[in-house]
Design a binder for this molecule. Structure first.
Ligand code: G3P
Ligand code: MG
Length: 241
C-alpha cells in the first residue's frame, strides 16, 4: 500500500508550504497531495481553504487577492514560530521541489466552492512545462472539473473525490470518466467501494493518521493512503513487510 503525504508532511510542518514539501521530498514514499486555488490575477496557488484566515496571519478569500497581495502574509507562524515567514507557494514552486525526485504528485483542484474558470488548463500546462504529466494525479470533489480534465488530457490520471459514497460508484467512475476514486476513511469500508475495488478500481483513502487502520485497508486492497504522518505509516508498513 502506497503512501502520499497529505498537504505535504503536515503533522510536522505547516500544511501546503515549501517546508512541508521539502520534508516530503526526502521521504521514500510514493507521493504528495496538495490543494490548489486560483488568485484574482489567475495564478495557481497551493493552499487548502478558500480563505487564508486559518493558515496565515492575513484574512480574506484567495480568489479576491493577487499573488503579490497573498505574498504579504505569513503562512508558517500559525503552526509554530519556527516556521515564521513561510510564503504561500505557487503550483510551479511546488512542482520544482519534486522535479528531480521519484514522487507522484496529486493536485487537488479546490473548485467545489467557487468556480475557477480555466484552472484545469492552467494546471495541466504548468505540469506539462515541468515534464511531469506522467506522474501526476489530478483530483477534485468538483466532478465537472474531473470530467474536464479527462477531456483535456485523456492520458493524465484523474480521480474523483468522495466524502460520502454513492451506489454503483464503479459505473459512475466509468461515466465521468475517472481513473481512480479518492475516498474518505469512513467511506472506504462501504459496499460500493469494496465492489469497485473487486471490479478493478484504484481506490485511495484520506486521511489516515493512525496505524490501526492500516490492516483493514490492506485487507480491502486499497492502492494508497493520504496521511499527515508519512514517517509513522512508513515505519509500520516497512516493519510489516
Ligand atoms: O485529496 C484528499 C484530501 O485532501 C481531501 O480532503 O479537505 O483534506 O483536501 P481535504
Ligand atoms: Mg486535499
Amino acid at each position: 500500500m502506497k503512501i502520499y503525504a497529505h498537504r505535504g508532511y503536515s503533522a510536522k510542518y505547516p500544511e501546503n508550504t515549501l517546508a512541508a514539501f521539502c520534508a516530503t521530498a526526502m521521504l521514500p514514499i510514493e507521493g504528495v497531495e496538495f490543494d490548489v486555488h486560483l488568485t484574482t490575477d489567475s495564478r495557481v496557488v497551493v493552499i487548502h481553504d478558500e480563505k487564508i484566515d486559518r493558515t496565515s496571519n492575513g484574512s480574506g478569500y484567495v480568489k479576491d487577492m493577487t499573488l503579490n497581495e497573498l505574498r504579504q502574509y505569513d503562512y508558517g507562524s500559525w503552526f509554530s514560530k519556527e516556521f515564521a515567514g513561510e510564503a504561500i507557494p505557487t503550483l510551479a514552486e511546488v512542482l520544482e521541489v519534486f522535479k528531480d525526485t521519484h514522487h507522484h504528485i496529486n493536485i487537488e483542484l479546490k473548485s467545489d466552492v467557487f468556480v475557477y474558470a480555466g484552472m484545469e488548463e492552467m494546471v495541466l500546462s504548468e505540469v506539462k512545462a515541468q515534464g511531469m504529466l506522467d506522474r501526476v494525479v489530478i483530483s477534485s470533489f468538483d466532478h465537472e472539473a474531473v470530467n474536464r480534465i479527462s477531456k483535456l488530457a485523456p492520458d493524465v490520471e484523474n480521480a474523483a473525490l468522495f466524502v460520502n459514497m454513492i451506489l454503483d460508484v464503479a459505473k459512475y467512475q466509468e461515466k465521468l470518466p475517472a481513473k481512480a476514486l479518492h475516498v474518505s476513511l469512513p467511506t472506504a469500508v462501504r459496499k460500493p467501494v469494496l465492489d469497485a475495488i473487486s471490479e478493478g478500481s484504484i481506490v485511495r483513502v484520506w486521511t489516515v493518521n493512525e496505524t490501526k487502520y492500516l490492516e483493514p485497508l490492506l485487507h480491502i486492497g486499497v492502492d494508497a493512503i493520504f496521511t499527515d504522518e508519512p514517517e509513522k505509516m512508513l515505519e509500520y508498513l516497512t516493519k510489516r513487510a
